[in-house]
Design a protein around this ligand. Structure first.
Ligand SMILES: [Zn+2]
Length: 415
């Protein structure tokens, strides 16, 4: 008797359901909790709520949280109801979501663990199969996306991130207010991003004030096509410009290092990260290193100085002064005789208005930048993804800001 009350409380079982029996199978290390419905209960169609005559019952089981390391199985004969409109349907039960083999509480716990660990680790920890845990994740994301309120976006960031192999990408749209990922699509083509705009209403499109992104022609074309006065909203932010210049410094360094090595000079060996790091965060070792070799590696040092100078051109309040400063920088860079830097300078010249937009709108891609770092962590945690759709759902799961939990009145009490 005590067991029944205990499990009724644990499972949140209320009338018309009750715990009929609790069976402890010591050998199988299993607790079986049998639930039954009080006779004469009115049965409602899960679709429309209309009550109908009972049709038959189906035996179903759900895995629940372990009880003292014993696997806990909930079991019930669930009635099916005959609805005049929807036909024969199984009624909903208060402890689990339709179609799930887990009680809602168990599913919520799996979701909590998935926030901390990989599918494989959660499966091991909770003695579930990989597919079972994956199913919880996929259902949680579907649920979260279905429940999501209409998006009201003002500032967005668009980013690409690599998926598994080097040249496969996904496009990620971030709401810069909340930091949530609001859209994930395959590839980084025009149609990847167009899918995002297709989901928005005309009023939503008018609300968007700034779009932070890389100087990437397919994205630019799509934003120009979809947003009114896009030329005043597209922002090429510091983070993306820094990335291009960082790559240019690295190219100059590699070339100079190659030439020096041919003459037996090893000045640049092992200095890659020192040149790429932000001077504000540079440790003493790197600072000392650059000081020592600066005069011997003139081209790399010049490229580096150009990059660092460009990083100081983001604080202007006035568009006019910002333009002057950037034009001066472009002219310096074009005279540098450093081909990789000149290539970026040309790109900056062709996209200058977008850079000025970023400066005067104070649009930074910091939220997307941290999204990127988090996506990399998700990738590492999963040791790669079997396919893009799983990768996409993992991003939504961790970064979508979605309400993932099964909502069940008797078991989920936090809402
Ligand atoms: Zn119905």
């Amino acid at each position: 008797m005590r067991d029944k009350e205990l499990y009724a409380a644990i499972l949140g079982i209320r009338s018309p359901w009750q715990v009929a029996n609790v069976e402890l199978a010591t050998k199988a290390e299993e607790v079986r909790v049998r639930l039954e419905m009080q006779a004469g209960t009115r049965l409602g169609c899960p679709e429309c709520g209309a009550s109908g005559p009972g049709y038959d019952t189906r035996r179903r089981t759900w895995r629940h949280l372990d009880t003292c390391q014993f696997k806990t199985i909930v079991e019930a004969d669930v009635p099916r109801v005959e609805c005049p409109k929807h036909g024969v349907r199984q009624i909903e039960v208060p402890w689990a979501e339709p179609g799930s083999g887990f009680t809602a509480l168990m599913e919520a716990l799996v979701i909590d663990w998935l926030k901390e660990a990989s599918i494989a680790a959660v499966a091991r920890l909770m003695s579930l199969s990989w597919d079972q845990v994956d199913g919880v994740l996929q259902r949680a994301v579907d649920r979260g996306l279905a429940r999501r309120e209409p998006l009201e976006l003002e500032r967005i960031g668009i980013d690409e991130t690599s998926f598994q192999k080097r040249h496969e990408y996904v496009t990620i749209v971030t709401d810069q207010e909340s930091g949530n990922v609001v859209y994930v699509a395959d590839d980084r083509k025009q149609e990847s991003l167009q899918g995002f705009f297709d989901e928005l209403e005309p009023a939503d499109l008018l609300r968007i004030q700034s779009v932070c992104m890389d100087m990437w022609a397919p994205y630019i074309a799509v934003v120009e096509e979809n947003l009114h006065r896009a030329e005043s909203k597209i922002c090429f932010d510091k983070f993306h410009v820094a990335k291009h210049l960082g790559d240019a410094v690295d190219k100059v360094r590699r070339q100079e290092q190659r030439e020096q090595l041919e003459e037996g000079d090893r000045s640049l060996v092992g200095t890659r990260y020192a040149w790429l790091s932000n001077p504000e965060h540079m440790d003493e070792r790197s600072t000392g290193l650059l000081e020592r070799i600066k005069h011997r590696v003139l081209r790399t040092a010049r490229a580096w100085a150009l990059k660092e100078h460009a990083m100081c051109l983001w604080h202007y309040a006035s568009r006019t002064w910002a333009r002057k400063a950037w034009l001066a920088w472009i002219s310096w860079a074009m005279r540098s005789r450093l081909e990789p830097v000149k290539r970026v300078a040309r790109m900056i010249r062709d996209h200058l208005e977008g850079i000025l937009n970023a400066i005067v709108l104070k649009a930074t891609n910091a939220p997307s930048e941290s999204t990127n770092a988090k996506v990399q962590r998700i990738k590492r945690m999963a040791c790669g993804f079997r396919n893009r759709s799983r990768f996409r759902n993992a991003i939504y799961f961790h970064l979508g800001g979605l309400d993932l939990y099964p909502a069940n009145p008797s078991t989920h009490t936090t809402s």
